[in-house]
Design a protein around this ligand. Structure first.
Ligand code: GDP
Ligand code: IMO
Ligand code: MG
Length: 423
């Protein structure tokens, strides 16, 4: 059976965790393929909110297997905290959680390096979540990294020491004031490694291959969003992995011709956390309303998210790069009460009107061209059927489907599992 993908199409936080949780009943296996604890995926059911960082969002379903793929980077300390929270909820994760031996480990010194690198950049900082993501992927591509499977080797602590020593020298090189007690950090790290080692490590590409062969259904869960992709995002204000469809191939070992549906998920408006260009960003009351009503605070760092109108130029680009086959629109409920809604349909770029995402979308290069539509007044949060959706929202959806040439199959009207309308 083919593998379906669920990908964020904006700058992350589109609502991937919620939708993966909703879709899990249709799948045997949920697999994360990139990113790490920089992600924060929120699930809400039975009146309770859960935030996952590295563990796939299918973990609350007893029957689904959850795989942390080779493309993911794991911080054992954060991973252990996630496991502890699951245990509090009586989730029997030992039966349903698998970890790829090829996934790379985030060391305490990777986190310190991230902090040193950001501090040294001053105003030009990326706005990283400071979870050590960039330095860990650098060691991976630099062929210096330590993988989950290495912890099964007798001499792995020597390998660890050599790398940590090198990192300390690099931290000194940055010449910024980073205070740390490595001994203390390592105590937590090695304790957490023992917990990690009590879980099931697998050769995950073989597992996926056999699962496909025996007809199991698999959903690959993306982290971050297309505009944070290392190649296709707003570089350098991006994360350090491929968040787009291709990342699922390298992050799990799936051949491109084995990809089935590509679900693309987006908010009815746009948010971004961290630095970097954001052409439709609002600095007025409308942006403030989106942030307040949408509770736009980072699930990992608690930072407030920047808010703005929907950017169709960027969204179309994300649909193309990923080959999106179905769309899911989240947080339409947050726009209830806006008299009119703006949608960016083109950019004015170097004197020309363009509808593709150019090399550079810094504010001095791009002016936004908007189409305006009527808003809706109705509270959507109690609606359960597509037939209940107000006319103006249907007009908004029709417009987007036409522009994006892709059907919108799910409209989400609140954070809870149940607040999900299928079209
Ligand atoms: P993810 O990183 O893509 O999983 O998204 P996050 O969990 O970081 O952020 C999405 C936020 O929006 C979370 O707080 C969700 O509970 C919430 N959410 C998801 N869908 C909806 C929706 O349709 N309406 C509202 N109001 N909130 C939603
Ligand atoms: P989910 O999966 C939103 C952003 C950071 C920063 C940049 C680089 O919850 O959608 P990094 O820690 O990777 O070095 O940060 O990317 N970022 C996210 N923004 N959602 C995320 O994940 C993000 N993961 C990283 O804010 O701007
Ligand atoms: Mg998030």
């Amino acid at each position: 059976m083919a593998v379906d993908l669920l990908l964020g199409l904006q700058w992350g936080d589109e609502g991937k965790g919620k939708i993966v949780d909703v879709l899990t009943s249709k799948y045997n296996i949920i697999a994360r393929f990139q990113g790490g604890p920089n992600a924060g995926h929120t699930l809400v059911f039975n009146g309770k909110k859960h935030v996952l960082h590295t563990i796939p969002s299918g973990i609350f379903h007893e029957d689904a297997m959850n795989l942390v793929g080779n493309g993911v980077v794991i911080d054992p300390v954060i991973f252990k905290k996630e496991l502890d929270k699951l245990a509090e909820q009586d989730v029997d994760y030992r039966k349903t959680l698998l970890i790829s031996r090829k996934a790379h480990l985030i060391l305490p010194t990777h986190r310190l390096l991230d902090a040193a690198s950001e501090a040294s950049k001053g105003k030009a900082k990326i706005g990283s979540t400071l979870k050590g993501i960039g330095p860990t992927y650098m060691d991976k591509t630099g062929r210096n990294g330590i993988r989950v499977g290495d912890t099964e080797l007798v001499d792995w602590k020597d390998k660890y020491r050599a790398l940590a020593n090198k990192h300390e020298a690099m931290i000194d090189f940055y010449d910024v004031d980073i205070q740390y007690d490595l001994e203390e950090l390592e105590k937590d790290f090695f304790e957490a490694i023992d917990v990690l080692k009590s879980l099931t490590f697998i050769d995950s590409e073989e597992y996926i291959f056999q699962a496909m062969k025996s007809g199991k259904s698999i959903l690959a869960e993306g982290a971050q969003g297309s505009l944070l992709d290392i190649d296709f995002g707003t570089y350098p204000f991006v994360t350090s992995s491929n968040t787009t469809a291709a990342g699922a191939c390298t992050g799990l070992g799936i051949a491109p011709n084995k990809i089935g549906e590509v679900y693309g998920i987006f908010k009815a408006y746009t948010t971004r956390v961290g630095s970097g260009p954001f052409p439709t960003e609002l600095f007025d009351e409308d942006g403030e309303t989106m942030g307040r009503v949408g509770h736009e605070f980072g699930a990992t760092t608690g930072r407030s998210r920047r808010c703005g109108w929907l950017d169709l130029v960027a969204l179309k680009y994300a649909c193309q790069v990923n080959g999106v086959t179905q769309l899911m629109m989240m947080k339409g409920d947050v726009l209830s009460g806006f008299k009119s809604l703006k949608i960016c349909t083109a950019y004015r770029y170097k004197g020309e009107t363009i509808t593709h995402l150019p090399y550079n979308i810094d504010p001095e290069n791009v002016d936004v061209i908007y189409t305006e539509m009527n808003g809706w007044k109705e509270d959507l949060t109690k609606m359960t059927e597509a037939s209940q959706l107000p006319k103006e929202l249907n007009d908004y959806i029709d417009f987007l489907e036409k522009e994006l040439e892709t059907p919108i199959k799910i409209v989400s009207v609140g954070p809870d599992r149940k607040q999900t309308i299928f079209r």
